[in-house]
Every structure is written in C-alpha cells, then in structure tokens.
Design a protein around this ligand. Structure first.
Ligand code: NAG
Ligand code: NAG
Length: 323
C-alpha cells in the first residue's frame, strides 16, 4: 500500500490522498533525543509570525539553505530566520534573527514530483559567526553517500503523532538506503537528485512535520535537505527522502555569485526569475562541471568548528553516484 507523500513543512500540503490505514499520521524527529545545546550551530529555524515552520542551515554568513517546498516569501515582515537557537520559546542571548531579502527556489523545482527541492535564502544581514552560529560546509560536487552510512538529522519538528512540539532541538541518526531500493519502495518517486535514509532496525526513527528544509549531516558536511517522508514518519518501509545537495553545487555558486554585489546590476534580480537567467538551461539534473569555487567561502577560522575545513571522509564512506 502506497502511503501519502507527506511534505514536512508545517502547514505544507499532503500531495496525495492517504491510502494507508486511518489514523496512521506522521510527525516528528522521531526516535530521537534532545541535542546538546548549540552542538549544531549551523541549524536555522524559519518562522512565520513567530511560529517555526521549516528548518534550514547556514552555508555562508548571508545564506541559509532550505527546501524549495517551504513556501518562504522574500521581504515579508512576518518571516524570520533564527540562528543560534536551541529552545525556540525562550529568549536566548545566542539567537541572531534575520529577515529574508531573497528567497530563491531551484528553477526546476517540481511540486508534483518534489524533484529539485532546494531553496536559498539571502538574509538581510550577515550572521556573526561565533560559538553559537557557524556555517556548515557543502559536499563536493556529485558525491554520493554509500548505503549504510549513518548520518545525523536535526529539527524542531513534531515529536509525536499528535502534533507535539519539542521544547528544544532534536536529533537522531539515520542510515542511507540504496537509491535503487528506495526507488522501488517509493514506487519510482525517488530521482537521482534524492538521498534516502531510514532507521537501521524496527525502531521508528526519522524526520517528520516541521523538519522540512533541515540538514542531513555526515562528518561535518551537509549532504541532504529534508524533503519528504512516508505518512507514518520513521517507518523504514518508506524511507525519508532528502534533496541530494551535491547535485546542486554549481547552481548554489551561481546564485551566490549573482547576488554578491547587491548594489550593482543584479539589484533588481527577481529571485525565482533566476530560472530565466543565463545558465538556467544548464541546470537540469546533475549535469555541470565539478568546479569548486572556494573563493565564495567564508574566511576560515582557526581551531575546531563547523566553519573550518573538515578532514576528508573515511575511505570507503563515499562513492560517486554509485547507485
Ligand atoms: C533584518 O530583519 C530583521 C527582522 O525583520 C530586523 O529585525 C533587522 O533589523 C533587519 N536588519 C537589517 C540590517 O535591516
Ligand atoms: C535499534 O538501533 C538503535 C541504535 O541505532 C538501538 O539503540 C536500538 O536499541 C535498536 N532497537 C532495536 C529494537 O533493536
């Protein structure tokens, strides 16, 4: 029985009618635990009228990455991006709050198939990087995670089937599922632009409502964006599905470069209209050269931290498009 494709933003839509058993509704970073405060300093809470509705993560001091299916308008005073948070309901001194200057969904994002589910938010100011707020590094272009790799997912999404919200940031681990198996389980809905993760055993474990846009982390880099899950969250018969960020490195760099000089000719760039801009035709699928423009990266800081260069992954942990 095919379950509903549940989009994980709060207030997001269920794309297909539920065919599963009545009452089998999903939610939560499920089977997880509270994160140690500020141990994941790249995490962002995206809020509408003070309510958390999607996750995201800081990739450069002015840029937060999230899911395209999170309907985030630009220059809307109701929308806030909160960095450095742990307990959203409390006035934490570590928090930095920004508005959204530009909200740029991938031009080929398809709400029906949920393919290309990636969005960049340009903040209305630069985050101050400190022990509570750091950026996370993106993966090398087109790199894939090997099935069985254990990753971490984070979020302020629901923690029960009854819409219970956590008081603090939650985390859990998830194991990468081979894409071909995942595609079979999802009746063909999993594209080459997606990564799948599931609980390693019968324990319900994974992401759910409110976790959308959040990061799938492995060894100090972010490989995935929480995209969708089965109706019953944490159920490994319907693995959680993430946008495969490594397929979008060229697009990300293109967008960030375009907005580098906001006072210049790009000032009136319409954002999502980037689809019509030069290079848009080259954005389809995982095409594009593996150029890494390190010039875009924030200055590296000394010492340990998420904004320093991570050691190379353990041999064998990663494959390039292996399945
Ligand atoms: C950015 O937006 C936030 C939230 O709307 C606001 O509090 C802050 O003053 C803005 N900062 C700048 C530099 O405009
Ligand atoms: C499932 O695996 C987790 C570790 O990933 C472990 O803590 C848990 O006890 C296991 N549950 C079962 C039912 O084996």
């Amino acid at each position: 029985m095919v379950t509903a494709l549940l989009i994980l933003s709060l207030g997001g839509s269920v794309l297909l009618p539920a065919l599963g058993p009545a009452g089998a509704r999903g939610s939560r970073v499920i089977g997880g635990k509270a994160a140690l405060p500020h141990s994941w300093p790249f995490i962002a809470s995206i809020q509408m009228d003070g309510q958390h509705f999607c996750g995201g993560f800081l990739v450069w001091p002015k840029w937060v990455m999230t899911a395209a299916h999170c309907p985030i308008p630009r220059r809307n005073p109701s929308v806030r991006v909160v960095l450095g948070a742990h307990r959203l309901e409390q006035p934490e001194e570590s928090q930095q709050v920004f508005g959204v200057e530009e909200s740029i969904a991938h031009p080929l994002y398809d709400p029906r198939t949920v393919d290309n589910d990636i969005r960049l938010l340009r903040l209305n100011g630069s985050a101050t990087l400190n022990k509570y707020v750091k950026r996370i590094r993106l993966p090398s272009p087109h790199i894939d995670l090997k099935p069985g790799t254990v990753c971490l997912v984070l979020g302020w999404g629901d923690i029960s089937n009854y819409g219970e919200r956590p008081e603090q940031l939650m985390e859990t681990d998830t194991a990468i599922v081979k894409r071909s198996l995942c595609r079979t389980l999802w009746r063909g809905r999993v594209s080459a632009n997606m990564l799948c993760g599931a609980s390693r055993n019968a324990t319900l474990r994974g992401v759910c409502a409110g976790d959308s846009g959040g990061p799938l982390v492995f060894k100090r880099k972010v490989y995935g964006i929480v995209s969708f899950s089965g109706e019953r969250c944490g159920d490994r018969r319907y693995p959680d599905v993430y946008t495969k960020i490594s397929n979008y490195i060229d697009w990300v760099h293109l967008i960030v470069l375009k907005h580098r000089h906001p006072e210049g000719q790009q000032k009136h760039n319409p954002g999502p209209g980037a689809a019509k801009g030069p290079g848009a035709g080259r954005l389809r699928g995982p095409a594009g050269g593996p150029r890494h423009r390190s010039g875009l990266e924030a200055p590296r800081r000394a010492g340990k931290g998420w904004d320093t260069r991570a050691p190379p992954p353990a041999p064998g942990a990663l494959t390039v498009d292996g399945n």
